[in-house]
Structures are given as C-alpha cells and as structure tokens.
Design a binder for this molecule. Sequence first.
Ligand SMILES: C[S@@+](CC[C@H](N)C(=O)[O-])C[C@H]1O[C@@H](n2cnc3c(N)ncnc32)[C@H](O)[C@@H]1O
Length: 264
Amino acid sequence: MSGPSDHWQTYHRRWSGLEAPLRPNSEIRARIVDLVGSGSDRVLLLGVTPELALSFENVVAVDKSAAMIANIWPGDGAKRRAIQADWLELDGSLGRFTAAIGDGSGNVLSHPGEIRQLLLTVREHLEPGGRFVCRLYARPEKPWSWQELLDEAAGRATVNFHAFKWKIAMRIAADGGAAVPVTRIHEQFERHFPDREKLAAVTGWDRSVIDMIDTYRGSSAVYCFPTRAEFLDCLPSGFRGIGFHPSGTYDLAEDCPIFACEKA
Ligand SMILES: C[S@@+](CC[C@H](N)C(=O)[O-])C[C@H]1O[C@@H](n2cnc3c(N)ncnc32)[C@H](O)[C@@H]1O
C-alpha cells in the first residue's frame, strides 16, 4: 500500500549505500538463479532490482515507481524491458511467464490483503510449471525483545545497521501485526535510540547509514514482516513444491529465506 508520498521517489539515492539484507549480494543472486532453474525463458521481475535483471536473458520488470526505473533499472534491451505499473493492477496483458522473481517484493505491501493479491497475480502470470522465487523478510516466531535490541545496540555491532533496522521492524510487527507502516519503524527507532551520535560511536555503525532510516519519515508506504506461517496463509491454491530455502550467510540471512514454489 502506498501513495504519492511514499519513499520510493527518493529511495534510489540510497541504493548504492545499501547492502544485504536490504539489497541482494552475489550469494542471494546465485541462489535465486539456481531455484529458478535453467529452463526459464521468460521472466517477470517484481521490481527493478538490477542484480536480478542482469541474471536472466529475457526479463520484463514491473515497478510502480518512475524514479526507481529511471535510476536503478540497468536499461532496456532486445530482451529486457521495464514497465511502470502496480503489481496489484496487472490485467494479464503482459502474457504468461516461465518464472516470476523478486527480492523482498512480498514485503513492500500490506498484509494480508495485498500479499494475497500479489500471489494471485503471480499465479495468473505463470505458465503451468512456472516458478515463483522471491526472497522474503520473514519474522521469526519469537523475535528479539526491545530490551535485547537495546542491549545489542549498547555494544560493538555484530550485524550491519540494515539488519538491525529489520530486527526493529520485526519486533514492531510482533507487537502490532505483520503490516508495518514504515513511519512506525522511524518513530520507534527515534523513541528507543534518540542519541544517534552515541549509537554510532558505541556500535561502530556509520552515522550516514544510520541516518538512512530517515527515508521512512513521512512516507505513506506500508511494509510487512510476516512469519513464514503467516505468509503461507496468504498463498492461494494451485501451487506445488512450496518451500523456504536458505539465502546465504550475510547478516540476518536466517530470517530472509527465499520462498519458492511452482504453478501446478
Ligand atoms: C522489490 S522491492 C524491495 C527492494 C529491496 N530489497 C528492499 O528491501 O529495500 C522494491 C521495489 O518495489 C517497488 N514496488 C513497491 N510496491 C509496488 C507495487 N505495488 N507495484 C509495483 N512496484 C512496487 C518499489 O517501487 C521498489 O522499486
């Protein structure tokens, strides 16, 4: 769920400063390619993630943000193009695909309604046997308490700031439901960690990376951080070979599995 004032209009400015878990690294990319398999000749990319766009020969990328397409998309080619559209409003006119892929695409929607709609759209756009492969930020059944997060930030950091930010978001989701307006991530961070200078000094996180959380201030976007079970509850019938697969060894990788299934 998002509107004219969501943060995707400016998010591209931060892109080069992102790292896993927010942005796919080479191990995530390789695992997604592996799970899609070699037989895929027409791939629907949910978003404009360049690492994924460049991993397949024949790609149609769909993203609702003109700014993300203009600044992140590696460019159209003979067999690669980006279309500006909302995933939830696709009408089938793009035809059928042998795979649909994404990186966190199921997390930038509200839960459960928009997730269900996305999964229905994916099913509609896949050929029988087509694979859906998408990394998911999946909240653990028992996420860290606020006290554990405060304790973690009181010493030298053991994970990067983006991973820590997702731990905060997952805590918020555990408190109030999987759908999390991104403004709430910003508010709760400010509330629990008001002194950014001190936070940077103690943890070793770069102040400019911490400040990236301001991207969420005033944004209308809603993210979601479902548990694996909550995500599966949104999956319509008509899929088989359903599973969550490890996505690598980076910070928070254990809570960022790759969801994969196949249209029956
Ligand atoms: C693929 S997602 C996740 C990217 C990254 N892994 C992260 O966690 O920040 C980001 C992209 O989804 C796009 N997006 C979000 N909601 C959308 C929707 N309903 N329809 C089409 N694109 C959407 C945004 O414009 C953005 O380019």
